[in-house]
Design a protein around this ligand. Structure first.
Ligand code: AN0
Ligand code: CP
Length: 317
């Protein structure tokens, strides 16, 4: 695998899930595969889980790891082409990226949507420049429109906990004080649409996701109706995508906060969230602390999804 930015980069999704379960039995079984191979992780944004789980995955495979927080200690990077660089950014991505490529064999990139210009974000302007200019395999650690290592971990988690062949999975918008990217819900929808699960998306009007991510999913504006009979409830906030309102907060309505009342109408559903989560905005304390909450197993599976992805990348070097 020469790049990993979306579900389609895996040759065969069900084979990759099987591989994940094999790795989970013994995560050190390929501990010499990455000998003398160096992973460089580049962060334009904060991270707890992605940083630790991806580094751990690389160590499982015997790789060396280097981490660069672009906004702490590196030169500020210009990302737009054709600008006169007389501002506060001393270096351009177009030089920085091939330089980074000189020192490593694989590059992971975290570059969130900036939520200013929808075209800039949805063209994946930043990570695509890494793919173009680094000369090395690149994988996403959450780019502008997707978070595939998270969605892969989410799918592994659902496969572990599901009680029926085709569970009902509901992605529910929930309130948050700030404007967040659509990457997690887009990506979750993309991966759910690649399975044969029953998949429903619910959100207030105005929060429609891009049609290419919604695909064949059912969109239900009545949250309670959407949650009826759900086996898995996946909560996430996102800002607006549609219309002239890109990247805005239209609602902070706490009626959408996932509470015990919401969970009552489900089929004793499991609760999922990628974390970090704002308690009593996204989900009430009692639901996230209940035995049905899978937030910690999901986070644990980030190590597994990253190990599978890095293994496949190393095998193609
Ligand atoms: C980020 C987001 O919503 O994309 C990262 C989630 C993994 N969340 C926040 O910025 C709170
Ligand atoms: N879920 C997730 O990607 O968390 P971090 O932002 O902490 O990496």
């Amino acid at each position: 695998m020469k790049k990993f930015t979306c579900v389609a980069d895996l040759k065969n999704l069900s084979e990759s899930v099987k591989e994940a379960f094999e790795i989970k039995k013994d995560r050190y079984q390929f501990d010499t595969l990455g000998k003398n191979k160096t992973l460089l992780m580049i962060f334009f944004n904060s991270s707890l889980r992605t940083r630790l789980s991806t580094q751990k995955a690389a160590l499982n495979l015997g790789m060396n790891v280097m981490v660069l927080d672009v906004n702490q200690g590196a030169w500020k990077l210009e990302t737009e082409r054709g600008v006169v660089m007389n501002g506060d950014k001393p270096e351009h991505l177009v030089e920085a990226i091939p330089v980074m490529g000189c020192y490593c064999d694989v590059i992971g990139v975290r570059s969130f949507a900036q939520l200013k210009d929808r075209e800039f974000d949805y063209n994946e302007t930043i990570i695509n420049q890494f793919i173009k200019h680094s000369g090395k395999p690149v994988f996403s650690m959450e780019a502008a429109t997707r978070h595939p290592l998270q969605s892969f971990a989410d799918l592994i988690t659902i496969e572990e906990y599901k009680k029926q062949e085709r569970p009902k999975v509901v992605l529910s918008w929930a309130p948050h004080p700030n404007a967040l990217p659509q990457a997690v819900p887009n990506s979750f929808a993309e991966w759910m649409n690649a399975t044969d699960y029953e998949f429903v998306i619910t959100h207030p009007e105005g929060y429609e996701l891009a049609p290419e991510f919604v695909g064949g999913a059912v969109v239900e504006y009545d949250q309670m109706k959407a949650l009826e009979g759900a086996d898995f409830v996946y909560a996430k906030n996102w800002s607006t995508y549609a219309g002239d309102n890109y990247g805005k907060v239209l609602s902070k309505d706490r009626a959408w906060t996932i509470s015990a009342e919401h969970m009552k109408v489900t089929n004793n559903a499991y609760f999922m969230h990628c974390l970090p989560v704002r308690r009593n905005m996204i989900v009430t304390d009692d639901v996230i602390e209940s035995p049905q909450s899978l937030v910690i197993p999901e986070a644990a599976n980030r190590e597994i999804s990253a190990t599978v992805v890095l293994k496949n990348i190393i095998e193609s070097l």
